[in-house]
Design a protein around this ligand. Structure first.
Ligand SMILES: NC(=O)c1ccc[n+]([C@@H]2O[C@H](COP(=O)([O-])OP(=O)(O)OC[C@H]3O[C@@H](n4cnc5c(N)ncnc54)[C@H](OP(=O)(O)O)[C@@H]3O)[C@@H](O)[C@H]2O)c1
Length: 319
């Protein structure tokens, strides 16, 4: 099947595989992460995360993205527990981190087995190399991915944070084994449009590689709830200063205005819909059922091309 083949308005095909995913996925970095997201500080609990999972699934989301690195494995444990308890068929994407102590391609198999054990599953749908870091070359990681695929432990192969040149290299290595790269997971939102400019988005579209867009709400900024007067907590507050929060307000205003014209959609729903309109699959992080419910409202409708163009211009003005 073709890349980004729309099975319906709300489902697409992952790469050139037979795997059908919802046009919006849920990211689970915050599910166990204390350092960045404050898991364990009492602002959200495992019960909140379970409710977020169940709400998303109940509203047609079947794609969940995790990683061995998230919460040092806690995210995989929680996700696996929720999936088994629900009994619902979901598509699980996880990732192998190229830690510097991983010195050969054999370490991928060990990492995968540990992820499978935490998830409580016999195979994962999509296994991604988290970053293109040395010392192990991309070719070696892709050979290890191909081995895992041939052994039936993974249904599709992905990468994350790979540049255009690195994506090509991964694709070429897999092609020599008769396989295809299914996805590249990269940061993409109205506030981070690098992949539109460096050719990666076009390359992926042309080669049947699904772009999975991470931080599609710019870590919550595009919800409109963070302003110079109410900056985000923790590391995000230091990363996005008050001046930047002030600069994005016209864009937030336009998201709000466009949302109203679509039956009172929120800025977050419009920002997620913009990603879909660009041909990528947003992976949105949620901590509660309320956030999951708010974000699934991005499904079931589409922005007009004129609105996408207006949002592009408003985003350009922020930079
Ligand atoms: N491959 C990689 O290197 C990489 C890197 C980063 C992320 N990711 C993946 O992408 C996923 C999503 O990225 P992200 O979590 O960085 O950013 P995001 O999806 O842009 O933002 C998520 C955060 O925004 C807030 N939020 C979400 N929906 C909301 C709503 N409807 N109303 C109000 N607030 C809302 C929540 O935080 P607050 O409530 O605290 O504001 C939530 O944790 C991750 O979970 C992970 O799976 C991958």
């Amino acid at each position: 099947m073709n890349p980004m083949t729309a099975i319906s308005a709300d489902t697409v095909v992952l790469g050139t595989t037979e795997i059908v995913i919802s046009a919006l996925g849920i990211g689970t970095w915050a599910w166990g992460d204390k350092w960045f997201w404050g898991y364990g500080s009492g602002t959200y609990t495992d019960d909140d995360l379970r409710a977020a999972f169940e709400t998303a699934v109940a509203h047609g989301v079947n794609l969940f993205d995790t990683a061995e690195a998230y919460g040092r494995g806690r995210s995989e444990v929680l996700l696996g527990t929720f999936v088994r308890a629900s009994g619902r068929p979901v598509i699980i994407a996880t990732k192998c981190f190229p830690y510097p102590y991983r010195l050969s391609r054999r370490s991928l198999r060990k990492a995968l087995q540990a992820s499978l054990s935490r998830l409580g599953m016999e195979r994962v749908d999509l296994y991604q190399m988290h970053w293109p870091f040395p010392p192990v070359p991309i070719t070696a990681w892709m050979e290890a991915m191909a081995d895992a695929y041939e052994d039936g432990l993974i249904r599709a192969i992905g990468v994350s944070n790979y540049t255009l040149a690195q994506t090509r290299q991964a694709q070429d290595t897999l092609a020599r084994r008769g396989l295809r790269l299914a996805s590249n997971q990269v940061e993409y939102s109205l506030l981070q449009r690098r992949i539109e400019r460096n050719g990666l988005l076009d390359y992926c579209r042309a080669n049947g590689i699904t772009v999975l867009a991470y931080s599609p709400l710019a870590m919550g900024l595009l919800t409109g709830k963070y302003t110079p007067a109410t900056p985000p907590p923790g590391i995000r507050g230091r990363r996005y200063g008050r001046a930047f929060l002030a600069r994005i307000q016209p864009l937030i205003g336009l998201l709000r205005e466009i949302g109203q014209a679509h039956g009172n959609k929120t800025p977050a729903e419009v920002a997620l819909n913009w990603v879909m309109g660009k041909g990528a699959v947003p992976l949105v992080g949620v901590k509660t059922a309320a956030q999951a419910l708010a974000n699934v409202g991005a499904l079931g409708w589409r922005l007009d091309p004129d609105e996408v163009a207006a949002l592009d211009r408003a985003a350009d003005a922020v930079a």
